[in-house]
Ligand binder design. Structure first.
Ligand code: ITT
Length: 200
């Protein structure tokens, strides 16, 4: 078994989040045949693990076994220092069944008011896992630090992007063009490690 991501290969993007698809596709670059879990009608597994790494492996493994093809999954989230790392692995769940991230961002602001902290430090984490059907899996992690701004700014990206300002600049992820986010994001940093091991 060749544990490399070779150009020309077909890869299953094991995500049902439409915001992640173009980002993962851009990081992989040209030359792969990409198909999403949604396009294959794969069911969405329940994320029962307590860590990003655990949930990324669970999603990649689930998609690889269900499709019989090599699958790549991302499990990610935003952590707020003053909230002891919340929402963290619960980032998607804070948006409720309607996946309303306006609501999730307001919840972050309200929780910060409740704890009475002026510390706005936050970070995003991405765990990327690649699984071979009936074979091994590889998982790596990346992180980007920054701080939170309220009210939300910008309408690009997805999820919590409009309240997160990565360190070293003044714009939120929601205000940055996709290439600028892809150059420094948690997902890009995880991908750098993946590239070093799995892509020649
Ligand atoms: P899949 O499991 O199908 O991939 P999901 O949205 O449920 O989709 P996660 O469980 O990994 O994915 O949840 C991560 C949440 O964290 C996601 O819904 C976003 O709200 C947030 N998040 C992750 N990466 C982000 C990014 O780059 N920008 C903004 N928010 C992000």
């Amino acid at each position: 078994m060749n544990l490399k991501l070779i150009k020309g290969m077909r890869l299953v993007l094991a995500t049902h989040n439409p915001g992640k698809v173009p980002e993962i596709a851009a990081l992989l670059g040209e030359g792969y045949e990409l198909v999403t879990a949604g396009q294959l009608n794969l069911p969405e597994p329940e994320e029962t693990e307590t860590t990003f790494v655990g949930n990324a492996l669970l999603k990649a493994r689930h998609a690889a076994e269900a499709s019989g093809e090599v699958a790549i999954a991302d499990d990610s989230g935003m952590s707020v220092a003053a909230l002891d790392g919340a929402p963290g692995v619960f980032s998607a769940r804070w948006a409720g069944p309607g996946k309303d991230f306006g609501l999730a961002m307001r919840k972050v602001e309200e929780r910060l008011e409740e704890v009475g902290s002026t510390d706005r430090a936050a970070w995003f984490t991405s765990a990327l896992a690649v699984a071979w059907p009936g074979g091994p899996a590889v998982v790596v992690e990346g992180r980007v630090d920054g701080d939170l701004v309220f009210p939300p700014r910008g309408d690009r990206g997805f999820g919590y992007d409009p309240i997160f300002r990565p360190e070293g600049g003044d714009r939120t992820f929601g205000e940055m063009d996709p290439a600028a986010k892809d150059a420094i994001s948690h997902r890009a940093r995880a991908f750098e490690t993946l590239r070093a091991w799995l892509i020649d």
